[in-house]
Design a protein around this ligand. Structure first.
Ligand code: ADP
Ligand code: ZN
Length: 226
């Protein structure tokens, strides 16, 4: 089962994707998480992309495509994967469609004002990477990760300038590829405005994902769910 999740920053892609991936035993592959891990480890890749992420600028396609090609070649991705943060522009979408099959594309919708408010209240675990939101997804203990006890921090790219740059890229580069994907694939659109549990339930309902029926997706005809 190969799934893609698309949506503006702050729509909750990572939060939703992690839950689905755990339940369906497929890897959650997030290009943003991979770049942040590389930065944390100060690898060559990390040093190269650090200023780009801090500014909210897209990493060049050659680098991103190579990273995805390598990651999707791993054994654990053979049964399927849930891709988050890729493809993000027309060139990446073309590469993806030429090389991989997609069972469904989940598009999470969120108005821009809500996206800005969410990013400003977002916190991230500095050790396991889990996302929190001080409005809708608060940690049990302030500034401490529920999952691993790590310290919660603000993302380096959740500054007003970087937020503006990322939302502009989403609008101008990522949103148009939804039309390209819509022509070929199953697109499931969900409203990202409510809290994470509601969004997750709507997503599963529309995907026809009931535990134990993982194969149901592949058998479905492409339909558009509004
Ligand atoms: P967000 O969706 O909140 O911007 P991500 O974690 O998905 O956050 O991505 C963080 C940053 O990583 C992006 O701003 C960009 O610099 C880089 N990045 C992630 N995915 C891609 C991609 N597919 N192509 C180019 N750059 C990417
Ligand atoms: Zn943690």
């Amino acid at each position: 089962m190969n799934l893609l999740v698309l949506g503006p920053q702050g729509a909750g892609k990572g939060t939703q994707a992690k839950r689905i991936a755990v339940d369906y035993a497929i890897p959650h592959i997030s290009t943003g998480d991979m770049f942040r891990a590389a930065i944390a480890a100060q690898t060559e890749l990390g040093k190269q992309v650090e200023p780009l992420l801090a500014a909210g600028t897209l990493v060049p396609d050659e680098i991103t495509v190579a990273l995805i090609r390598e990651r999707l070649g791993h054994e654990d991705a053979r049964r399927g994967f849930l891709l988050d943060g890729f493809p993000r522009n027309a060139a990446q979408a073309e590469f993806f469609l030429e090389n991989f099959d997609i069972d469904a594309v989940i598009a999470i919708e969120l108005p821009e004002e809500a996206a800005i408010a969410r990013m400003q209240s977002r916190r991230l675990c500095s050790s396991c990477g889990l996302d929190y939101n001080l409005i809708q997804l608060r940690p049990k203990v302030p500034d401490v990760c529920d999952n691993c006890g790590g310290r919660l921090v603000t993302r380096a790219d959740d500054t007003p300038e970087a937020i503006r740059a990322r939302l502009r890229d989403y609008r101008e580069k990522t949103q148009p590829i939804l039309d390209l994907l819509r022509e070929k694939e199953l697109i499931v659109t969900v409203d990202g405005t409510p809290g994470p549990d509601v969004v997750q339930a709507e997503m599963r309902l529309k995907l026809g994902l009931v535990p134990g029926a993982v194969e149901s997706l592949a058998a479905r005809e492409p339909v558009e769910v509004a």
